[in-house]
Design a protein around this ligand. Structure first.
Ligand code: SRM
Ligand code: SF4
Length: 562
């Protein structure tokens, strides 16, 4: 007997190519929310319905409906915007969102938080008509924002991977006119709405693509369903290794869910990317699990059907045979904060933005500082997959001016330690409905404590890749960190140890459900041991495995939890 499909499948099929009852919902002034089916559907338009969790209990007490608002996630393959676009992005945040912030995400784009339903249409229209930016397919069961290495040094190669990520993004965009019709007042874009790739059922689950330019793994390939790793010969990209089926989310207590590293399917020529990507996407569309959403990502399709079967499907659908993988090496994945001169002779300034949250902070007016920079900057801004920002392609003559403005507003701060630069947290409270513990609001103080521990043990200049999330979905990729903290309950976290610095190994649980004080005492002991017992420049993640503090995770599959 066939199993009952997940209800989200019905919603997609009945939605009339993603329209649902969104127009009626927008016109309903009696609530700040959409009807439940449409709450799922708005995701395909780049929106999440949320409510401010700090006010939830008080509003309930007062018998008010939750304070509903929306998160909008922009579609920016490769994360690049012009200064003119930045000024509009900033203005819209200021005028039309409650949070007033621009939040750079771990997938190289930005989010607005706190848009009330009454302002939604204006945000969509201002973004599209003033900044030429949309939020199509940045969420939902489709290909999400395509990310690529943002290393500015190898400028020409960067341009190539950026162009490729844009091409991939365009290729997987919907043919539905719903977005234009609902948000942009009826501008018809496509003659036919039939979806050649997605059909009317879309994919079983979200789908993520990254393009990486070794030696940098700043996109963290093992967080994506599909990766193209550039193989470079003599300053030219000759093709890509294709890595399939990575993913980081899991559910506490459910051992059938797990993070997983991707499988290397092999090498393809540079001009075959779109065919192969489409074959991977349609294979997942047809083989992916539509009964259990917790098991619907490509990583589970590979586990269920086997890597060889999936790969065979991709080869027969694309008509392309994978060649043997070519060698490449990742050596790092953090952003190189500061100035770098590209081979194009332009300067690129990567600025560190804690948690990716751009706001005016006391003594650090980052948001207004970026506006001042955008008013004079002649290059572009590039968001990174580590929640930072690159002020890119600055001509020599402008370097001093940009540097002075960046210092004035705190975007350059010589006091920021490497530990802070290599730490990351997801959004979590107060907006994320799935958060079990704090992450973004906890990270700054946690880093201060870890900095003090490093100093105490005489290694203040060293750092550990530290990532915190409010739940096990893994949005700040803690399952690829040397130290990952995963929220379990308010103030309590599972502590994972043993990822490596280039992002190719999963950490393993060391302590479960510990409070913040225990995190610090545990880290004190471990950092002390690392300082005293490490071999030469051995990084923390390698040390905890060699010292048998945790076991190395070799196979990232069902036996992950053993
Ligand atoms: Fe995520 C869900 C925020 C990157 C795995 N993620 C969410 C939601 C939308 C909560 C929800 O479903 O209602 C969060 C909104 C919080 C808020 O208020 O902003 C959220 N995810 C984020 C962002 C903003 C985190 C950040 O601090 O930057 C990132 C936005 C990326 C983007 O621009 O598209 C973000 N999410 C990730 C990543 C990292 C990545 O892609 O490199 C992951 C792990 C990689 C992966 O997909 O395996 C990730 N998010 C999830 C999951 C678990 C998915 C799974 O199949 O295991 C969920 C929950 C779900 O989909 O049901 C989720
Ligand atoms: Fe929310 Fe969990 Fe993602 Fe953090 S990891 S943003 S708490 S879904």
């Amino acid at each position: 007997m066939s199993q009952k499909l997940h209800d989200n499948e019905r919603i997609k099929i009945e939605s009339n190519f993603l329209r649902g009852k969104l127009v009626e919902g927008l016109n309903d002034n009696t609530t700040g929310a959409f009807i439940p089916d449409d709450v799922q559907l708005v995701k395909f338009h780049g929106l999440y319905q949320q409510d401010h969790r700090d006010y939830r209990a008080e509003r309930k007490k007062q018998k008010l409906e939750p304070l509903y608002s929306f998160l909008l996630r922009a579609r920016l393959p490769g994360g690049v915007v012009t200064p003119e676009q930045w000024l509009e992005i900033d203005r819209i945040a200021e005028e039309l969102t409650d949070a007033g912030s621009i939040r750079i995400t771990t997938r190289q784009t930005f989010q607005y938080h706190g848009i009330y339903k009454r302002n939604l249409k204006s945000v969509f229209q201002e973004l599209k008509f003033k900044a030429n930016i949309d939020s199509m397919f940045t969420a939902g069961d489709v290909n999400r924002n395509t990310i690529c290495t943002s290393n500015p040094e190898q400028s020409e190669l960067h341009t190539q991977v950026y162009e490729l990520s844009k091409k991939i993004s365009e290729h997987f965009l919907p043919k539905s006119n719903a977005y234009a019709e609902i948000w942009l007042d009826g501008e018809k874009v496509h003659e036919t709405e039939q979806e050649p790739i997605y059909g009317n059922i879309m994919l079983p689950r979200k789908f993520k693509i990254a393009v990486a330019l070794p030696p940098y793994n700043d996109v963290d390939i093992h967080g994506n369903d599909l990766n193209f790793v550039a193989i470079i010969e003599g300053q030219k990209i000759i093709g890509y290794n294709v890595v399939v089926g990575a993913g980081l989310g899991m559910t506490h207590g459910d051992k059938t869910t797990f993070p997983r590293l991707g499988d290397d399917f092999g090498f393809i020529a540079a001009d075959k990317v779109i065919e192969v990507a489409e074959a991977v996407v349609t294979t997942q569309r047809d083989l992916g699990n539509r009964v259990s959403r917790a098991h619907a990502r490509v990583k589970y399709t590979l586990e269920t059907h086997g890597v060889e079967k999936f790969k065979g499907e991709v080869e027969s659908r694309s008509g392309i045979k994978f060649a043997a993988s070519r060698p490449y090496q990742f050596t790092e994945r953090g952003d190189r904060i500061g100035w770098i001169k590209g081979i194009d002779n332009k300067w690129h300034l990567t600025v560190f933005i804690e948690n990716g949250r751009i706001l005016d902070y006391p003594g650090k007016p980052l948001k207004s500082g970026l506006v001042k920079i955008a008013k004079v900057h002649q290059g572009t801004f590039r968001m990174t997959a580590n929640q930072n920002l690159i002020i890119a392609s600055v001509p020599e003559a402008q370097k001093e001016t940009i540097e002075a403005l960046a210092r004035e507003c705190g975007l350059i701060d010589d006091g920021t330690t490497n530990q802070r630069k290599y730490s990351m947290a997801c959004v979590a409270l107060p907006t994320c409905p799935l958060a079990m513990a704090e992450a973004e609001r906890y990270l700054p103080a946690l880093v201060t404590d870890v900095e003090a521990l490093l100093t105490k043990h005489g290694i203040g200049d060293d750092h550990i890749i530290l990532r915190v999330t409010g739940c096990p979905n893994g949005c700040a990729r803690p399952m690829l960190a040397e130290v990952g903290l995963i929220g379990k309950a308010p103030g309590r976290y599972n502590l994972y140890l043993g990822g490596n610095t280039n992002g190719t190994r999963l950490p393993k649980m060391y302590k479960e459900n510990i409070d913040e004080a225990t995190i610090i005492t545990t880290m004190d002991e471990l950092i002390g041991r690392w300082a005293n017992e490490r071999e030469s420049s051995e990084c923390f993640g390698d040390f905890v495995i060699r010292a048998a503090i945790v076991a190395e995770v070799i196979i990232a599959s069902k036996d992950f939890h053993d």
